[in-house]
Write a protein that binds this ligand. Sequence first.
Ligand SMILES: [Mg+2]
Length: 365
Amino acid sequence: MKITNVETYLLDIPLGQKAITDSQTKLDSVEFVVVRLDTDEGVSGWGFNWNYTKGTRAVQTIIDDNYASLLIDKNPLMYKNILNELHYTNHFIGQVGVTRVALCAINLALWDIRLKDVQLPLWKYLGPVKEKVKAYNTDGGWLETSTDELISDMNQLIDHGFDAVKMKLGKPDPREDYERVKAVKNAIPEHVKLMTDVNTVWDLKTARTWGKKMQDLDIYWLEEPMNPFNKKDHARLARNIDIPIAVGETIYTKYDFRDYIEAGAVDIVQADVTKLSGIDEWLDVAALARCYDLEVIPHTNIQQKLHVQLAAVSSNVPMVENCYKSLSEIWEDPIQVVNGYYTLPQESGLGCKLKDSILEKYQVN
Ligand SMILES: [Mg+2]
């Protein structure tokens, strides 16, 4: 089998629901870069990556200018050699960031070809340890939502079968965060897990002070309390408060996860396939976390189909995030959540192809 053509698409897809807000972002659309690899045997592989803000065109440019010519005539089943070559071609323009986000899209497209070749979905190919995957929900906890609305949204999700929910922190005055968490905690059933997410805006002093106060509120984890580049502060915080620390959505290599884990700076590993260089590196991180008896609960908004399948094959992934409900229908064969559990995809391949109508309608030139 040989790759004969590389096609890329740049999309900007509106959320179609009330704007999503956290301490860093106000979001009403998501940019996607989509890549299609065609082969001489008629099999095509689809991969993608995504971004909250503008700038995804840079990812498309890396694929078109750096990677496409290196992919032509290669055997996609020898995919590890291909990915190595692509990685090292970025020697002096940076091997993380945009180049790695682009590499992930290629990684996914190559996996899609392999899985279609053996006619299996990813989770069946890798070997499952479970047949359904628990979901936790973030759509009820956005930062600009009033406390009353927050409580109402959380309880609606709980009525739909979710027993784990997350809310955003990072208000200008952390006192308000504390009061909101307390109000939600008092308004939801005791058995429901409540997670919190700061999206990196606190400093160590704020995180220590308010993390300590929140210890009494039975928080399941405190996510991204501080700048992710500062591992040492995360380690200091982890030693000082009695709430598990979750990080991962802005960590881009397995080496950084290793350093976080070895520093005792993370309790919940939120590795995201689309921020690492793809499925292989994610599996490496999951295996690394297993060595330290750590759970991996991947950061997930539009990439549910990837993470649910990886959760199904990983003994240390107890649940997968669920949010951006309005974007769940952009995919062919969209994944479903029933009574708080994801169902697993049955079709061959990776299952990460956007509907043709979406590819046409939201393409940016
Ligand atoms: Mg987060």
